[in-house]
Design a protein around this ligand. Structure first.
Ligand SMILES: [Zn+2]
Length: 78
């Protein structure tokens, strides 16, 4: 099972279809059960649609921070 940090790392490869089928399944099963990762994926997908591509360095640092905070809060509330 992947953790949230893996999703942040893998999201660009996922959106560009560069994951293996096994990685893709693991990615999707994490996103299916993790609301913060789902909204992160949605935001990244929108970014890709807008600019046509996304690089890891395109993830704004403040967004990464926001996400990590969201993940921590979410885990605490679990
Ligand atoms: Zn997650």
């Amino acid at each position: 099972m992947l953790v949230c940090a893996d999703i942040v790392k893998l999201v660009t490869d996922y959106l560009e279809g560069r994951l293996t089928p096994a990685e893709r399944r693991r990615f999707e099963s994490h996103v299916a059960i993790c609301p913060p990762c789902r909204s992160f994926l949605d935001q990244m997908r929108t970014t890709v649609e807008l600019v046509g591509a996304v690089r890891e360095e395109d993830v704004p640092p403040e967004m990464e921070e926001h996400l990590l905070r969201a993940f921590r809060t979410w885990k605490r509330d679990e």
